[in-house]
Design a binder for this molecule. Structure first.
Ligand SMILES: Nc1ncnc2c1ncn2[C@@H]1O[C@H](COP(=O)(O)OP(=O)(O)OP(=O)(O)O)[C@@H](O)[C@H]1O
Length: 263
């Protein structure tokens, strides 16, 4: 593990990462304070970090370290107190709600622990919903590729209640990727799955980086899940506490122990 202070991270992340590859998403001196006065909580305390395009990054850290807050601010789901949350050249912290809604719908894919499918829609209707809302039609080749790789071809007319948890999460993965978003944010995507279904989800995410050039940012507590990523970014007390390139289970576990993972 090599540690990196925020000062070492490029300060113009949208222009490119340290290795010259383009940065898809970045936080610049991002601060988030919940509440005020004596009860104020500084959930993000000046986070500067870039997420390289076509890379799979895992965000890890002890419970309460700010992982979800960082992801929510970068996805335009939560407002920052100060600093920048850059998606490409767009600073989400200064956009009005109507722009944020459009950005989330058209430029970001989401995968949640709890699948978040609409129960009254079929699997295929769930997958194409973000495109339908944006008035776009699915690229048939990409849709066929995703449903084939995810083993959903025989399930497209089923409703979520007729699908297993693993199948529901695979529908959510297809939904997240079908619009070719600039980034997919995955929040504990394997948290509700058995180990086999979880491994399938992680293998798919890995493969989508390789085959489609997808950028993925995933919050996880699981060192085994993080080992699928190209890079782990570590948070502690709302600050960047280090990072690991080409992580494996042992290096991630050791890093978390050194940060005092209480979970
Ligand atoms: N809406 C909120 N109001 C007040 N405090 C909050 C709110 N959301 C988060 N916090 C606080 O901000 C800090 C960071 O929370 P966050 O959920 O980002 O951490 P996390 O690393 O994702 O934690 P976990 O691993 O337990 O999910 C915590 O101290 C938390 O209690």
């Amino acid at each position: 593990m090599h540690t990196q202070s925020p000062a070492d991270v490029p300060t113009t992340p949208a222009a490119g990462g340290a290795d010259g590859r383009l940065t898809a998403v970045a936080a610049v001196d991002l601060v988030k304070v919940y509440g005020s006065g004596d009860t104020a909580v500084r959930a993000l305390d000046g986070v500067t970090v870039g997420f390289t395009r076509a890379q799979f990054t895992a965000i890890m850290g002890p419970s309460g370290s700010g992982k979800s807050t960082l992801m929510h601010c970068l996805a335009g789901l939560d407002t920052a107190t100060s600093g920048k949350a850059l998606l490409g050249g767009t600073d989400l912290t200064v956009q009005p709600d109507r722009v944020l809604t459009k950005v989330r719908r058209e430029r970001i894919g989401f995968v949640f622990q709890s699948f978040n499918l609409l129960p009254q829609l079929t699997a295929e209707q769930n997958i194409t919903l973000p495109l339908d809302l944006a008035g776009r039609t699915a690229e048939r080749g990409l849709l066929a590729h995703l449903t084939g790789v995810l083993g959903l071809d025989g399930r497209l007319t089923h409703r979520p209640s007729e699908l297993s948890g693993g199948q529901q999460q695979r529908v959510a993965l297809a939904r997240a990727l079908v619009a070719r978003p600039e980034v997919v944010f995955a929040d504990e995507p394997t948290g509700n799955l058995d180990s086999r279904s979880g491994a399938e989800v992680l293998s798919f995410l890995r493969g989508s980086v390789r085959d489609l050039g997808q950028t993925i940012v995933m919050v996880t507590h699981d060192p085994g899940a993080a080992a699928y990523a190209d890079r782990v970014v570590l948070l502690a007390d709302g600050r960047i506490a280090g990072e690991i390139d080409r992580p494996d289970r042992a290096s991630v576990t050791e890093a978390l122990q050194s940060l005092g993972n209480h979970r």
